[in-house]
Design a protein around this ligand. Structure first.
Ligand code: NAD
Length: 292
């Protein structure tokens, strides 16, 4: 681990070329360094390439590429190909961005731990599971190199939260703070073990209390959204945003907080469960707190 900084001139591997993986590939090629984008689904890889090209040519995101000569290469690599191993050998940083299923994340981290070079940093982009939770009970090589690296919606929302486990080497946090910043992210260090990241926790409290207000009959979802937007001068209210995310996902996240911490009120989850029982999941089912 003594040569961490020199390692960072190497490639970055991103596992999962979905909504997030392709955006991460765009960001990590900002300084001309190579990225390997891996997926088990070839269609996802070709869609990812189309999206990366359109992000690169967007006027809105010119700030990401200004002052640099050329983008790094993106090697679109099927997970079944032997190039996957080469990618892992060549990379200083490997980021998993596969779907938010704990078993899958655990399996993938075990595979990455086996196949990557022992110095590579292995990061998870999970939105709700900390690296400590994912690694619990797993046998991985060099557990001091694993870290949570949770992005928002780059390049539009370049915030990224970095959280180690109790074993993570402090130099890794320092290096990631520096490298993410250089690559156009705005990094934040989550200084202690936390269920939920900095912003997610605050947002969870807003969702919870907004649901409570409606569950008690104090106001309607629209009234809550209207007053929220009026006071905070923000374009969307909590119920509009929950409808976009999906109420099933909102409930999963809230259950996760409730499992971890005493004193989380039941009523907001009751309201969510009632809505879900009526198939009102939000935008994806055409009905939620609003009609679509
Ligand atoms: N979507 C968001 O706005 C968002 C924001 C922050 C964090 N995240 C987190 O990022 C991660 C990915 O989310 P997403 O929205 O990009 O998901 P997604 O479903 O869009 O993409 C996941 C990709 O992983 C691929 N995949 C699945 N198993 C694989 C395997 N074993 N090997 C290689 N590829 C595999 C799938 O084919 C798919 O292309 C999740 O942990 C999520 O919580 C998502």
């Amino acid at each position: 681990m003594t040569t961490l900084t020199s390692l960072s001139s190497k490639a970055v591997t991103i596992l999962g070329a979905g909504t997030q993986g392709r955006r991460l590939a765009f960001m990590w090629t900002r300084l001309g360094r190579p990225v390997y984008l891996i997926d088990q689904n070839n269609e996802q890889l070709s869609r990812a390439w189309t999206d990366i090209q359109s992000l690169r040519s967007s006027k809105e995101f010119e700030y990401i590429s200004k002052d640099f000569d050329s983008w790094g290469s993106v090697s679109l690599t099927p997970a079944s190909s032997s190039d996957f191993k080469k990618a892992l050998r060549d990379s200083w940083l490997v980021v998993e961005s596969v779907p938010e299923k704990l078993d899958l994340k655990r399996k993938v981290l075990e595979q990455l731990s086996e196949a990557s070079s022992p110095e590579s940093i292995i990061a998870s982009n999970s939105s709700s599971y900390s690296i400590s939770e994912i690694l619990q009970g797993l046998k991985v090589k060099n557990n001091e190199r694993f870290v949570s690296l949770h992005s928002y919606w780059p390049p539009e929302t370049p915030a990224i939260e970095i959280m180690g486990s109790e074993q993570t080497k402090p130099e890794i946090i320092d290096l990631l703070m520096e490298e993410t910043r250089k690559h156009g992210f705005q990094p934040f260090h989550v200084r202690r073990q936390s269920t939920g990241y900095i912003y997610n926790r605050i947002w969870a409290a807003i969702k919870r209390e907004a649901l409570f207000v409606v569950q008690e009959g104090v106001a309607t979802p629209k009234e809550v959204d209207d007053i929220f937007k009026n006071v905070l001068k923000t374009p969307s209210g909590p119920f509009q945003l929950m409808d976009v995310v999906g109420l099933d996902v909102v409930l999963d996240i809230e259950n996760h907080y409730a499992e971890d911490r005493a004193g989380i009120p039941e009523e907001p989850r009751v309201l969510l469960k009632d809505m879900i029982a009526e198939k009102k999941l939000g935008v994806k089912t055409g009905r939620g707190f609003y009609e679509y």
